[in-house]
Design a protein around this ligand. Structure first.
Ligand code: BG6
Length: 279
């Protein structure tokens, strides 16, 4: 079942509910910010200090970073692109079974997008809510020029305490460290967290797993060989918009991306599909 809802300040979101799970998706950014399976605790983290208002990206859930990941060469352009703060439209919704629904949101190129990025596109986010969460970002180049693209499904996961968790699946993978701009290889089988971490891994073979004390979250992906792993830690967290002072303790971002060496060029008429499945 799909219900369209509006917050007191006019911020619009969709609520999807079926026998397996419930999810909430803001029209701004097609931003999925809540997913919980029946009888469990949420599988997405959202900051208790996040604002839900037009023009500001929600801090948590799955921001759609598109059509560029990270900082643009032109510092006047917004970090992580403009999709996450654009107003999308609901294209379709269907209840596939009593335990699975599919909701599709659409963003098309328009005068405002052309001022930031001179390409023609249709961008769809397809969200399947069920016993697993499947999120698919479809980029269609509707123009006549090849389109440079880097993107990410910038997922915030809840953790019991960041010092308790390990990320599995990145052994021997090369990564760009955004903190000192160096290139390194990870030697450990398990990545643990005790300081600010901001890394773009390449040659990733999904799935990755977040092993926590009480549960393991599995993150699978298609058409991505790049994972971004991020926790701002104490000082950066205190300076960031939408974060409470201690937020860094209860979240970890593991992002399914096409960034740096895994960035793409989409030919005219071609479709690029990036997807992630969380269970
Ligand atoms: C991560 C980046 O993906 O997103 C970090 O690697 C960045 O460098 C983080 O700080 C959050 O970005 P923003 O724009 O949502 O504050």
């Amino acid at each position: 079942m799909l219900t369209c809802k509006v917050m007191e300040n006019g911020f619009e979101y969709l609520e999807v509910a079926n026998k397996a799970a419930t999810a909430r998706i803001a029209l701004q950014g097609a931003h999925l910010y809540h997913y919980v399976r029946r009888t469990e605790t949420p599988l997405l983290w959202v900051s208790g200090c996040s604002r839900f208002e037009n023009g500001t990206a929600i801090r948590g859930g799955i921001p759609v970073c598109w059509p560029w990941f990270g900082m643009h060469d032109n510092p006047e352009l917004p970090q992580h692109g403009f999709a996450r703060t654009s107003l999308w439209t609901l294209e379709s919704h269907s209840d596939i079974t009593s335990e699975q629904s599919e909701t599709v949101l659409l963003l098309r190129s328009c005068d405002a997008s052309r001022q930031l990025w001179p390409f023609e596109f249709e961008l769809r986010l397809r969200v399947r809510v069920g016993i697993a969460l499947e999120v698919t970002l479809e980029t269609l180049n509707t123009g006549t020029q090849p389109m440079p693209l880097s993107d990410a499904l910038h997922t915030y996961f809840p953790v019991s305490s960041i010092e308790n968790v390990h990320l599995e699946g990145l052994q021997n993978k090369p990564y760009f460290d955004n903190l000192d701009k160096g290139i390194y290889h990870q030697h450990e089988a398990l990545l643990s967290f005790g300081a600010e971490t901001d890394r773009v891994y390449q040659e990733v073979i999904w799935p990755l797993r977040i092993a926590d004390t009480m549960r393991t979250i599995t993150i699978d992906a298609q058409n991505s060989s790049c994972a971004v792993v991020w926790n701002p830690w104490i000082e950066k967290c205190a300076q960031m918009s939408g974060m409470c002072q201690e937020s860094y303790k209860t979240m970890l971002c593991v992002e399914t991306a096409n960034a740096r060496e895994d960035a793409r060029v989409i030919a005219p008429g071609a479709l690029h599909v990036l997807s992630t499945t969380i269970s």
